[in-house]
Design a protein around this ligand. Structure first.
Ligand SMILES: Cc1ncc(COP(=O)(O)O)c(C=O)c1O
Length: 438
């Protein structure tokens, strides 16, 4: 039986399977919490964005998932990579990306990071301000190199997604405004050390409507034209950033914001943005930095029920994964669909309150503020699966409450390989310094 949520999820003898592999058996073999990735899904999504934008124009946003095995897979599929810190840069190089395949973003790059970018000769450093431009110019001069740059320009467009993801608002902390952009490029042209090749205008993550991308392209496109007319500078790259949404929810759930249901074909975004840019600027290379879309639906998080109780009028089930494992579920009230891995084929129509293991009242998994619907009579020891947990999850795990960070495996061609080791208790105190004999 095919499970309706995702074609790679099926049910066999009641158990949830990913790419044909029994997830209950995996939970028993590797323990929980456990992330299970599907190589096939990542391949599919990478192919989709590559066919929409052209493989060479996609710079995978590694902030979504910078596990080295995931990065290596993405590199092997011919995509480039976007990084936003020295650590992500380190991981990208470790995974085999060449410097000229890397774009460096960030609002507070350190001198070390600017030196690394200049030394390596990255494809482009996206600048947050004229202040950062001057810092990079100084570094470039010291090294006797010229660094490719683009400014991050806030279009002022609101995407209608989670407020923390709205990065193009003129009051957001990111980049320069449309009005400030011309002067920023004028400053870039003033002296040597930097070579302005493009413009960057990421709007938001989980953008719910294609029109948002068009509106951003139109506004920033007009600014690119003004820059050309005023300064005689022809920019050759237009980077729309990321934002392609993942449809985390399928059935209507009261209280769940619309953006959880968003589904846009990447080809539609590429075609419509290209059309706008052709009208406003004429030919320019269109670049995208998708993160969430490439890995978001590629993983399932398996967690085990540790405690079941009736309290007040509710049935509570307590699981071994909380916001130490899925931070977004807490900080953004992010919705991850939850099903039973042991009894995936049964009706999910009984309401439960689901709590994580942490000593924090907010560590609960609600659906738009309401109960989760799961099979009747859940028991301690059974496994639950949280779907679409491939993006912004491994990256944000913590050891809060003395909990070692979990393991991750990837299913590739029917085989299971471990891509991250479960931490040990020793790992929890590894960096503490103390006197043995005190
Ligand atoms: C500059 C930039 N590029 C790309 C992305 C990736 O966005 P997404 O994962 O929604 O595709 C982000 C995410 O915040 C970003 O800030």
């Amino acid at each position: 039986m095919r499970f309706p949520f995702n074609e790679n999820l099926t049910v066999n003898e009641g158990h949830l399977c990913l790419d044909g592999v029994d997830l209950v058996a995996l939970a028993e073999e590797f323990g929980t919490p456990l992330f299970v990735f599907s190589e096939e899904i990542i391949r599919k999504r990478a192919k989709e964005v590559a066919s929409a934008f052209g493989r060479e124009n996609v710079y995978y946003a590694s902030k979504a998932n910078s596990n080295i095995s995931v990065l290596k897979l993405i590199r092997s599929l011919g995509l480039n990579v976007e990084v936003s810190s020295e650590g992500e840069l380190f991981a990208a190089l470790k995974a085999g990306f060449k410097p000229e395949q890397i774009i460096f973003n960030g609002v507070a790059k350190t001198l070390r990071e600017l030196h690394a970018a200049a030394e390596l000769g990255l494809h482009c450093v996206n600048l947050d301000s004229v202040c950062e431009l001057e810092r990079l110019r100084q570094v470039a001069r010291e090294r006797g190199v010229e660094v490719n740059v683009a400014f991050r320009v806030s279009s002022g467009v609101m995407a209608g997604t989670h407020t923390s993801f709205e990065t193009a608002a003129s009051l957001s902390k990111f980049g320069v405004t449309l009005e400030e952009a011309v002067e920023a490029y004028r400053a870039a042209l003033r002296e040597d050390g930097v070579n302005p090749i493009g413009v960057h205008c990421h709007i938001a993550s989980q953008v719910p409507r294609v029109e948002v991308f068009e509106e951003g392209a139109f506004k920033v496109g007009r600014t690119v034209k003004t820059i050309e007319d005023t300064l005689g500078l022809t920019l050759s790259e237009f980077n729309i950033g990321g934002g392609i949404p993942v449809p985390y929810a399928r059935e209507p759930i009261d209280g769940l914001p619309e953006y959880f249901y968003a589904k846009i074909d990447p080809r539609e975004i590429a075609e419509r943005v290209r059309r706008v840019l052709d009208e406003v600027i004429g030919g320019i290379r269109l670049i995208a930095e998708p993160g969430r879309y490439v890995v978001g639906d590629s993983a399932v998080l398996l967690t085990q029920i540790q405690n079941v109780k009736k309290k007040g009028g509710e049935i509570w089930v307590m699981i071994d994964a909380g916001f130490n494992v899925l931070l977004d579920a807490f900080s953004y009230k992010w919705y991850f669909h939850m099903i039973s891995a042991n009894r995936a084929g049964e009706e999910h129509s009984y309401p439960y309150m689901v709590g994580g293991p942490l000593c924090d009242g907010g560590d609960i998994f609600l659906a738009g503020g309401q109960c989760r619907m799961l099979p009747r009579d859940l028991k301690v020891g059974e496994y639950l699966a949280l779907l679409y947990t491939g993006a912004y999850t491994l990256e944000q795990m913590s050891q809060f409450n003395g909990r070692p960070r979990p393991a991750a495996v990837m299913i590739s061609n029917g085989k299971v390989k471990q891509i991250r080791t479960r931490e040990t208790l020793e790992d929890l105190i590894r960096n503490d310094r103390y006197e043995e004999n005190q």
